[in-house]
Design a protein around this ligand. Structure first.
Ligand code: F6R
Length: 364
C-alpha cells in the first residue's frame, strides 16, 4: 500500500535514503569498508572499454556512470540510448564491458541492445532492479539495485539505487585498473556510506521545493540546466516534469545555452538549474548570470556552500546538504524528482499513472 502517502510516487521518493543504503550494503564490506563485487567471469583490469545503454531515466543514470567511469576509473565509455544503439553498428572492442541499466529488466530496446552487445563479444553486466527478469537471465553478471518494487510509473528510487551500484562499480574498476589507491577508495566509500543520512536531509527542503513548484506549474515551457555530472540530473528533472505534469521541459548542458536556447529566455520560461558547489560551480554560475540578464527566472538547486554565492541572483534557492562532487548527483536527483511531483499535484494530474505511459515498455 501507500503507507499513508497520497501517491506511490511520493512514497517512493521518501524511500531514496533507505534504498541507497540497502543497495550499498550489498556491495560494501562493512568490516573493511571496501567495495566487494560478486565473482565475475571476466577480469575488470583487462577491460578495454565499456559500452553503456539503457532507456529513459536509466539512461541518465548511465550518463552519470560514464562521468565516473571515465574520470575516476580511466575507462573509455561509449553510451547511447538502447533504441538507437540497437540499430547502429558500433564496432565494439571484443572483451569490452556491455553495461545495461534497467529497473524492470524487461525493456524491449534495452534487451535487444543486450543481445547485440553479446553478439559483438561484450561481457554483459546488467544493473537491474527486478532480478528475476529476462535481462537477468541473459546477463553474465547482475548487480542488483535493492529498491524494492517501484509502483509509480515515473521512476524515482530506482535511479539513486542505480547510481549507488554504478558508483561501487566505478570504485571496483578503478581499483583493478590502478587509478584509485586504497586510501582514495576508503574516502570514496565513506562518502557513499554518508549518503543515506544526507539524502534524509533533502526532505527538509520541501517548503522551498513547493515554492519552486508554484512557479513551474504556471509555465508552459521550462528549461533545465546543468553541467558535468549534474547535466544528467537536469535531464532527469526535465523528463520527470514532462512525464507527470505534462509541462514541456528541456534539459541543456549549461554551456550550450548560448548556442541556441538562450533565445527562448524571458520571464515566462523558468530556468531550473542543478548547481552543486565544486569545480564547475563558477562556470555554470556565469551561464545563469547570462540568463538572469535576459529576464530569466532562476530556480536553483545548490548546496549550503553554493547558497551564499547565489543570493540575489536566484529567485528561489534550494540549499541541499553539501557533499563531495562525486556523490552530488545522487543528492541532487531527489529534489528534482520532488519538484516534478509537487508540480503534478498542483496540476492535478494522475501522478502514478500518467497518460500514455506504461511502467514496463516491452514493445519497441
Ligand atoms: C521515467 C521512466 C522511464 C524508464 C524507462 C526505462 O520516469 O520511468 O523513462 O526509466 O522506460 O525503464 P527500465 O528501467 O525498466 O528499463
Amino acid at each position: 500500500g501507500k503507507d499513508g502517502y497520497r501517491h506511490f510516487m511520493d512514497k517512493e521518493l521518501h524511500e531514496h535514503p533507505v534504498v541507497i543504503g540497502q543497495t550499498l550494503q550489498r556491495l560494501i564490506d562493512p568490516a573493511t569498508r571496501r567495495v566487494m563485487l560478486p565473482d565475475l567471469p571476466f577480469d575488470l583490469a583487462g577491460l578495454p572499454r565499456a559500452a553503456i545503454t539503457a532507456c529513459g531515466s536509466a539512461f541518465y543514470a548511465g550518463l552519470i556512470g560514464r562521468y565516473w567511469l571515465e574520470g575516476m576509473a580511466g575507462l573509455p565509455v561509449d553510451i547511447d540510448v538502447a533504441s538507437e544503439l540497437r540499430y547502429r553498428d558500433p564496432p565494439l572492442t571484443p572483451g569490452g564491458l556491455g553495461l545495461l541499466i534497467s529497473q524492470s529488466g524487461e525493456t524491449a530496446d534495452t534487451l535487444a541492445a543486450l543481445r547485440g552487445m553479446r553478439a559483438r563479444g561484450q561481457h554483459i553486466l546488467s544493473v537491474l532492479n527486478v532480478e528475476q527478469s529476462t535481462m537477468a537471465r541473459e546477463s553474465d553478471v547482475v548487480l542488483g539495485t535493492v529498491a524494492g518494487p517501484e509502483i509509480s510509473v515515473a521512476s524515482t528510487k530506482a535511479f539513486t539505487a542505480q547510481l549507488s551500484v554504478l558508483a561501487c562499480l566505478t570504485i571496483a574498476i578503478g581499483r583493478a585498473r590502478g587509478t584509485l589507491t586504497a586510501a582514495q577508495e576508503q574516502d570514496l566509500v565513506a562518502e557513499l556510506l554518508d549518503l543515506p543520512s544526507r539524502a534524509n536531509e533533502v526532505f527538509d527542503q520541501a517548503p522551498a521545493i513547493r515554492e519552486m513548484a508554484a512557479v513551474v506549474a504556471e509555465a508552459r515551457d521550462v528549461l533545465y540546466l546543468g553541467r558535468g555530472s549534474s547535466f544528467p540530473v537536469a535531464m532527469e528533472g526535465a523528463l520527470k516534469l514532462k512525464e507527470v505534469s505534462y509541462i514541456h521541459a528541456e534539459a541543456y548542458a549549461a554551456g550550450e545555452m548560448k548556442h541556441g536556447p538562450i533565445s527562448l529566455i524571458d520571464s515566462t520560461v523558468p530556468i531550473v538549474a542543478t548547481l552543486p558547489s565544486g569545480r564547475l560551480f563558477e562556470k555554470t554560475l556565469s551561464n545563469l548570470q547570462e540568463a538572469r540578464a535576459r529576464g530569466g527566472r532562476l530556480l536553483v538547486f545548490t548546496d549550503t556552500e553554493g547558497e551564499a554565492r547565489l543570493r540575489g541572483l536566484a529567485e528561489i534557492v534550494v540549499a541541499l546538504p553539501t557533499v563531495s562532487e562525486f556523490t552530488a548527483p545522487v543528492i541532487q536527483t531527489i529534489p528534482v524528482q520532488m519538484l516534478a511531483y509537487e508540480v503534478a499535484l498542483l496540476k492535478g494530474t494522475d501522478v502514478d499513472q500518467p497518460r500514455n505511459l506504461a511502467k514496463s515498455v516491452t514493445v519497441e
